[in-house]
Design a protein around this ligand. Structure first.
Ligand SMILES: NC(=O)c1ccc[n+]([C@@H]2O[C@H](COP(=O)([O-])OP(=O)(O)OC[C@H]3O[C@@H](n4cnc5c(N)ncnc54)[C@H](O)[C@@H]3O)[C@@H](O)[C@H]2O)c1
Length: 403
């Protein structure tokens, strides 16, 4: 019959979860949806229509849904500021959790969530779907192939016309840093993944033009320096006149020693270095085309499958909540940089937050205990440098360091 799950959030993106993302796991019998919750009763129609739930299994109260429907795990597809409250309740009911990104709306709340999940011994995965898209996976595969020599720097662009209130989902127009929290969490994470290194220092400018109907900055320019020496530039804009590179159609250029690779609107092309071609120029669109990797599942469907494999006793999914803290730290560093107008060291910010945040009722420095325990037991061990947040899975792999 599959794992029993409760879908939390069936409006907005939750509608796509009901209509598309869950369907392959339902067909495979790996999941059965026992209940759904959304504050908005109209949104619950998606659960009835696409998940086949009867009205009495659709709730507007999280507490009632969880109390009346024993389940193995819940999803979380509600705005980031609500994630921690759902995690708390899920853990009270002994559930595992598959949550939408970001872990939470702040680094502090994200650290608390990691602490609580670790303390409860539960499993929590985060759907960092962007970097698991077919086109991003293909670019990553090419960069890791070694065919193009060393990677020097990356450029990533997302631009959209979502300047009017509600066009990017109402809550994003009301929160403090919509571009960095809601888009940057995908793209800065993707850049780190493509660079195959943790980001050391980030510098960000973020703002909103007068015509943008956002409470917080909807545009941003971010530069990043990675521990392996690679650099990256991110252009994110939600308030432009037109969307040149929207979601999944992002532009990514990778400047390598022996080639320039360009991903644009899901098409990948390569321009090879010609040692005899000093001053040679080329136009985008005229490069050698690289076919996309083949696979039956990408993005959310793939991540849901990885989560269920984990529940089955397999390895933790790549975007398990603890690992994913790095991505939230990166965003928090960018937000801080945009406010202070100074570069921010990501590892130092994470270390400071880990020291400062203590779960309610805990007089001890729980995060440090967790970090030490993790250093001893994790499959991607942290060395003592890790306690200052400097050595993580990605950098451990890239420098061959295993503790
Ligand atoms: N991975 C991706 O590509 C991707 C894309 C879009 C959204 N998201 C993430 O999905 C999450 C939801 O975003 P969205 O665009 O669907 O937001 P949304 O505001 O469009 O929809 C949120 C839904 O949650 C419901 N809701 C709000 N508070 C609730 C509560 N306390 N209990 C129950 N239901 C509640 C609302 O009624 C609404 O139906 C966010 O974390 C967002 O970052 C991820």
């Amino acid at each position: 019959m599959g794992y029993r799950m409760i879908q939390v959030g069936t409006g907005g993106f939750g509608a796509t979860w009901c209509r598309e993302f869950l369907q392959s796991s339902l067909r495979d019998g790996r999941v059965q949806v026992v209940a759904a919750v959304d504050l908005n009763p109209a949104a619950l129609q998606n659960a009835q229509r696409y998940l086949g739930l009867p009205p009495e299994r659709c709730y507007t109260s999280l507490e009632q849904a969880f109390a009346q429907n024993p389940a193995d795990f819940c999803t979380i597809v509600v705005p980031p500021a609500v994630h921690e409250a759902v995690v708390d309740l899920a853990l009270q009911h002994d559930m595992d959790i598959l949550s939408e990104k970001p872990i939470a709306d702040t680094l502090e709340a994200s650290v608390r969530i990691v602490q609580k999940v670790t303390q409860a011994g539960s499993k929590m995965g985060v759907t960092m779907s962007n970097r698991f898209g077919q086109e991003k996976a293909t670019l990553r595969h090419e960069l890791r192939s070694g065919r193009y020599g060393r990677l020097d720097y990356l450029v990533l662009r997302l631009t959209c016309n979502c300047r009017t209130y509600g066009s990017w989902g109402a809550f994003r127009h009301e929160i403090s840093d919509p571009l960095l929290i809601e888009a940057g969490v995908h793209h800065l994470d993707l850049l780190a993944e493509l660079a195959d290194s943790d980001c050391e220092v980030v510098y960000a400018e973020s703002w909103s033009p007068s015509w943008a109907e956002y409470a917080g900055p909807s545009q941003g320019l971010v530069t990043m320096r990675f521990e392996n020496g690679c650099r990256a530039l991110y252009e994110g804009a939600k308030s432009n006149a037109v969307g040149l590179n929207g979601w999944t159609d992002e532009y990514v250029r990778a400047e390598c020693e022996l080639a320039t690779l360009i991903l644009d609107h899901r098409g990948l092309e390569v321009f090879d270095y010609d040692p005899a071609g000093a001053w040679a120029t080329a136009r985008e669109g005229s490069g050698r085309r690289i076919p996309l990797l083949r696979g039956s599942r990408w993005g959310h469907a793939l991540l849901i499958e990885q989560f269920i494999d984990w529940l089955d006793g397999g390895d933790p999914m790549e975007t398990n909540v603890e690992d994913n803290l790095r991505s939230v730290a990166l965003v928090a560093a960018a937000v801080r940089s945009s406010r202070t107008e100074a570069p921010v060291n990501v590892a130092q910010l994470l270390e400071r937050t880990l020291r400062e945040v203590r779960p309610l009722g805990s007089p001890s420095c729980f995060p440090m205990k967790v970090a030490v325990k993790r250093a001893l037991t994790s499959r991607f061990r942290l060395c003592l440098g890790c306690l200052s947040g400097r050595m993580t899975k990605r950098s451990a792999r890239s420098v061959g360091h295993n503790g």
